[in-house]
Design a protein. Structure first.
Length: 257
């Protein structure tokens, strides 16, 4: 899953693809570099980011989705927790909704997914939009994440969303201390026992800086190590910025496995 942030303030590439034409060009490039899915987001969820009005989020993502849905062959995912944005994005050509709240922020989201027969990624997070990254440590992060993801999946199934449409994301870096994120990365096979594919997003996240000194090389190669570890430990989808390199990592790791 290749990341396309149509934002001015994302932690890694904020502003780089805020222009619509640049975003569309990057989306085409993401496909050419070997991604299986493009994930388009119009609101940064980095620590310290501010909530974007719903209308502004739509203004950012809908034109890009409309253009790319006619230009690429791979599925488009919209990274949003708002039901109205998800509905409009699906109408514009998206087929998957990537919800960082795991259906916690908008009660209308399950119905939108079911009615559109869309795919959905349910991510583990805690707190509301403003407190996502201000959570106290969990006593047992593996158990806490497992129970939360299982509950989100059950909510989806109760809403009539088929099991084949659901992917779970343990939310590495979201309200988790570095050691909690590392523990979760080591325990991905356990989350697979819930019964759904697992998506992992570690790309350029801050927990890598706690392992190795910060530098462009450390961020790049540190991410690469986590991508390989995620696949080795049971991830089915990796969400990344550096698509071309990650395609190689995924193909070689899959062949080894």
């Amino acid at each position: 899953m290749g990341i396309l942030n149509v934002t001015p303030d994302s932690f890694s590439d904020g502003g780089q693809y805020f222009d619509r034409d640049k975003a569309v060009a990057r989306g085409k490039e993401i496909e050419q570099e070997g991604a299986d899915i493009i994930d388009i987001g119009g609101e940064s969820s980095r620590p310290g980011s501010e909530e974007v009005p719903e209308a502004e989020e739509m203004r950012r993502v809908l034109p890009v989705i409309e253009h790319l849905s006619r230009a690429v062959q791979i599925p488009i995912s919209v990274d949003t927790y708002r039901a109205n944005v998800a509905r409009r994005a699906i109408e514009a050509g998206a087929q998957i909704v990537n919800d960082i709240s795991g259906f916690r922020f908008d009660d209308g989201m399950p119905q939108v997914i079911r009615a559109a027969r869309a795919g959905v990624v349910l991510m583990h997070s805690r707190g509301n939009r403003d407190s996502l990254h201000k959570q106290i440590r969990m006593d047992d992060p593996i158990r806490g994440v497992t129970e939360s993801l299982a509950a989100a999946a059950q909510k989806a199934r109760a809403a009539g969303i088929p099991a084949a449409a659901i992917v779970l994301d343990p939310g590495i870096g979201f309200g988790k201390a570095a050691e909690e994120s590392i523990a979760i990365l080591k325990s991905l096979n356990g989350f697979s026992r819930i019964g759904y594919p697992i998506l992992v997003g570690t790309s350029r996240k801050s927990f890598i800086r706690t392992i190795t000194p910060e530098s462009p090389e450390a961020r790049h190669w540190g991410t690469a190590a986590t991508v390989v570890a995620a696949i080795m430990n049971g991830s089915h989808i990796v969400r990344v910025h550096d698509v071309r390199e990650s395609r190689v990592l995924a193909d070689v790791t899959d062949r080894i496995l």
